[in-house]
Design a protein around this ligand. Structure first.
Ligand SMILES: [Cu+2]
Length: 119
């Protein structure tokens, strides 16, 4: 096979324009659709939610993992969500679909406070 071809230049240009088109389309899609849903992890340890405040996008999932030796809950003050009891070493998952600010507490230890911000 010969490396030199009469239409190599044309072909390169065509490929370059296709690549450019894809890059632009990708950027436009990214801007329109936002980011893909992701999962955020909050650790419950030492009677604290860590991080205490988390900002997520609607559609994201949040997982609380209890690393304490006793149970906790993740209970929204407005009762939008309630994990009920999360035993030691267990996790609870919540998909944030409604935008807003959701302060939450542990119903067993009301001094434990966290805040979920859904954008
Ligand atoms: Cu607790």
């Amino acid at each position: 096979m010969s490396a030199s071809s009469g239409c190599g230049g044309w072909r390169r240009q065509w490929i370059a324009s296709v690549l450019l088109y894809c890059a632009c389309a990708g950027m436009a899609l990214g801007a329109d659709m936002g980011v893909h849903p992701v999962t955020h992890v909050i650790t419950i340890e030492g009677m604290k939610y860590s991080p205490e405040v988390i900002e997520v996008n609607a559609g994201d999932t949040i997982v609380w993992t209890n690393k304490d030796a006793f149970p906790h809950t993740v209970t929204a003050e407005n009762h939008r969500f309630d994990s009920k009891e999360i035993g030691s070493g267990r996790s609870w998952k919540f998909k944030a679909s409604v935008r807003g600010v959701f302060p939450y507490i542990c119903s067993f230890h009301p001094t434990m406070r966290g805040k979920l911000v859904v954008k």
